[in-house]
Design a protein around this ligand. Structure first.
Ligand code: AR6
Length: 172
């Protein structure tokens, strides 16, 4: 059975070991899924983000950091920063690294189940098809050599992303 699943819904409601946040380099919150996670998880998440910022000065694009899930059902939030789409080749690489580093941080913290939003496909305008190919390919490659991860869910918010993920995952 595949360890990868796709669903449509609000990632803040999921009872996973960790959910991933599509944050920005400041780690100080924002709109979209970032705003939803901080609202639902409460101030403890921002408090931990502030400590990370004090320690390392934010989170560079393509990197990932972890905090408590606060009031969420998820135990942890893994904050990653996807690239802003400008049509340059390095943005594919940065999106790949955002997924890889989120998975690496998950494994380092004993996470067995993790849900991803469709990173960079909102405000950051990364083309959805291209982002879906990168997200699925990166997670599949990572899982090949990482048996400790039991489940990875792509939590799509919009119907367009859901259809793209379903089409790709039904073929693989
Ligand atoms: N659950 C799951 N997915 C969601 C939710 C939700 N509750 N809300 C939105 N999405 P975006 P980005 C989807 O814009 O493009 C923030 O201001 C949304 O439909 O949240 O990486 C940050 O602070 C889209 O498919 O993130 C950054 O400044 C996906 O989540 C900036 O936006 C990502 O859209 C990051 O931009």
């Amino acid at each position: 059975m595949s360890r990868i699943e796709v669903m449509q819904g609000d990632i803040t409601t999921l009872a996973m070991d960790a959910i991933v946040n599509a944050a920005n380099t400041s780690l100080m919150g924002g709109g979209g899924v970032d705003g939803a996670i901080h609202r639902a998880g409460g101030p403890q998440i921002l408090e931990e983000c502030r400590k990370i910022v004090a320690r390392q000065g934010g989170c560079p694009t393509g990197e990932a950091v972890i905090t408590t899930g606060g009031k969420l059902k998820a135990r942890y939030v893994i904050h990653t920063v996807g690239p802003v789409w400008n049509g340059k080749a390095k943005e594919d690489e940065l999106l790949t690294r955002a997924y890889e580093n989120s998975l690496r941080v998950a494994v380092e913290n004993g996470v067995k189940t993790v849900a991803f939003p469709n990173i960079s496909t909102g405000v950051y305008r990364f083309p959805k098809e291209r982002a879906a190919d990168i997200a699925i390919g990166t997670v599949q490659r990572f899982l090949e050599h990482e048996p400790s991860l039991e489940k990875v869910i792509f939590c799509c918010f919009d119907a367009e992303n859901l259809a793209l993920y379903q089409a790709r995952l039904s073929k693989s």
